[in-house]
Design a protein. Structure first.
Length: 197
């Protein structure tokens, strides 16, 4: 016991000597933002959200493959859904106070810009990724793709694109149901956004 105390004191003394013998400019450490409260300096750190879900127990290889395919598809389509939502909010803000003719002209130019920017990338999506993107647009914008097209490009265009989507097995009126059928997708989105997946 006495030997342990001796070694502890020796190591502590040696550590303090090294610490105080180095110049202030050589000391390195982590600097944290802090707040001063009642004369005390308290480190202030905002930690990211961490999601903890129960472990998934796959009953078959097919189920596991489906999960990892969903992860891949979410990672591929979520940035597009977020970009669509950002554009939607921008368009709503910019169209405030415009006349109907100005809105129509603005929407045509905006549509042309978006087609040029995103069409080559969106053409590379698979059908399942396209269907997922339709639901993610509803999640991000709180409006279905059909409603967005109808509101900003007219009912005829919305009807046309809905018919085209139905031919491919998709539905522009698909709602995102995070509590029911889209539970796994919501889980994957939360984990991807938190950087945990």
């Amino acid at each position: 016991m006495a030997k342990v105390v001796k070694y502890f004191l020796l190591i502590t003394t040696f550590s303090l000597f090294i610490f105080y013998s180095t110049g202030q400019e050589e000391r390195k450490g982590i600097r944290l933002p802090a707040i001063i409260e009642g004369g005390d300096t308290i480190p202030y750190v905002v930690l990211p959200e961490i999601y903890i879900y129960p472990v998934l127990n796959f009953t078959s290889k097919k189920q596991e493959e489906f999960y990892w395919k969903t992860v891949r598809d979410v990672k591929r389509t979520l940035p597009y859904a977020k970009a669509i939502a950002a554009t939607y909010r921008q368009v709503v803000a910019e169209m405030e106070g415009m006349s109907e003719a100005e809105r129509s002209k603005y929407m045509k130019s905006k549509e042309n810009d978006l087609v040029k920017k995103y069409e080559p990338e969106l053409k590379k999506l698979t059908l399942s990724q396209g269907k997922l993107l339709i639901r993610l647009v509803d999640r991000e914008c709180e409006r279905t793709s059909y409603q967005l097209i109808k509101d900003y490009r007219g009912g005829f265009r919305a009807f046309f694109w809905q018919g085209f989507a139905r031919l491919l097995g998709a539905d522009l009126k698909s709602n995102y149901e995070k509590e029911e059928k889209d539970r796994i997708i919501e889980r994957v989105i939360n984990l991807v956004e938190a950087g945990q997946l």
